[in-house]
Design a protein around this ligand. Structure first.
Ligand code: DGP
Length: 116
């Protein structure tokens, strides 16, 4: 079910604009509104899944679609050679602020570790 107020559900349905990088039947990827690196995109399932913690075996091939989506975004945005980071902030302590599962794909500069 898709909560009417979920901003990422609305992006997935093209009800609100986003700079889309790629899209298929299962996932859509778009540039982050508030980039934390020279390249910062998000890969989301089109179906509403709250967080990585709610992505279960019942979601089947969606796991693969999301990971391959991140890889395809990295290729599309020129990150493959230099490398990149894929992050799923999950829940309160994980720093999640939008409660529709998303993979951050970050790159374009050396990224620090550990995260804050
Ligand atoms: P997180 O804190 O892990 O839940 O990341 C949510 C990200 O979503 C954050 O980096 C900003 C981004 N974001 C929030 N609202 C929008 C939006 O309306 N459009 C786009 N493109 N990105 C958004």
């Amino acid at each position: 079910m898709s909560p009417p107020a979920c901003i990422f559900c609305r992006i997935a349905k093209h009800e609100i604009p986003a700079r889309v990088v790629l899209e298929d039947d299962d996932v859509i990827a778009f540039h982050d509104l508030s980039p934390q690196a020279p390249v910062h995109a998000l890969v989301i399932p089109k179906a509403h899944v709250v967080s990585l913690d709610e992505l279960t075996p019942e979601h089947g091939a969606l796991h693969l679609s999301l990971l391959q989506g991140a890889r395809r975004v990295a290729r599309e945005l020129g990150l493959t050679e230099g490398g990149y980071r894929v992050v799923a902030n999950t829940g309160r302590d994980g720093g999640q602020s939008v409660f529709h599962l998303h993979l951050h794909v970050l790159g374009g500069r050396p990224l620090g570790w550990p995260p804050g």
